[in-house]
Design a binder for this molecule. Sequence first.
Ligand code: NAD
Length: 345
Amino acid sequence: MSIINFAVIGYGGMGSYHAHNLIPAESTRVHVAGTYDISGERQQISQGKGLRIYESLEEVLNDGNIEAILIATPNDSHKEIAIKALRAGKHVVCEKPVAMNTRELDEILAVAEATGNVFMVHQNRRWDPDFLIIRQLYQKKTIGDIFQIESRVQGANGIPGDWRHLQKHGGGMLLDWGVHLLDQLLWLVDSPIKSVQADLSYILGDEVDDGFMSYITFENGVRALVEVGTTNYTKLPRWYVKGLEGTAKINDWDLSGEIIAATGREDVPAPAPIQAGVGLTKTMAPPSEEATERIAFPEPKADFVPFYQNFYEVVREGAEPIVKNHEVRKVMNVIEDIFRASDKG
Ligand code: NAD
């Protein structure tokens, strides 16, 4: 079956990553036929790398050689570009966050439905090795039933770039990183949400959030703390996950960390009191050596195909998308809940 020709719309940081890394990595299925960016400077850079330059979005959409577009423009422009492309008969891959809110997403989905063209959101962090490890622990119950998940990313560099500082472009860290962490969490925990508490931070004085903390509970009993920070000069682990029979900690994307699991042995000595600060404690003493063991992380393998392979199979073979639009919509709903919860205090 023939290769799908893509045009990349928005040849900035992420658009160029798609153009030179992600799409070429699936070169038997997808191909970058050209790019379009409103910035003359970015157009020149793309041309300098040997890519064909389109002078306008309309030129892309009128090109019968282009079967799909990748949208990697600021968040407030996704909707308009997606709808125009779908109406022009193109399939669409859209960067996250899919749109500014659920209402915009619904407008896109209505056009996708009416035209029959594929619309898929690039929730790429479902393929992150650290997440794949947590997913296996959760599904295989390696540390027993997981009941508490802490998922955080923390940096010390503030909000990056220009448009991410502005509300009108859909800036802020909840829409930027929050959408990744929430997509992972909601994909992992297959249970309705019971409650959402949240607090957005505005430490840096921007009109958009520079981070947030949210506490989400699910009807199956799982509780999750999701946190994004951009003013953290030293950081907490990327994942801290508690199961009934063990605890897992992944420090960072380098996959350092540990899993400590209960051995289940009954013939273990009771923990002895330890000196703790100016007091004594047995409660907080480390478990005896016989009571716990260190387990190796599972291989961070995905039991699903890479993003662009899946997109190709969805378009050519009618396969099921890995990133489903109703899941994307659910995440957008929770983002709106978090904004509301934070506003309400
Ligand atoms: P960026 O500022 O580096 O690039 C955006 C580009 O779009 C710029 O070159 C700009 O000139 C161009 N542009 C703006 N409006 C346009 C329009 N109407 N038509 C054509 N070009 C236009 O931003 P970025 O970091 O690449 O982010 C772009 C999108 O990708 C955002 O939605 C962002 O959330 C997403 N993103 C996703 C990931 C991920 O891991 N999935 C990572 C980074 C960014």
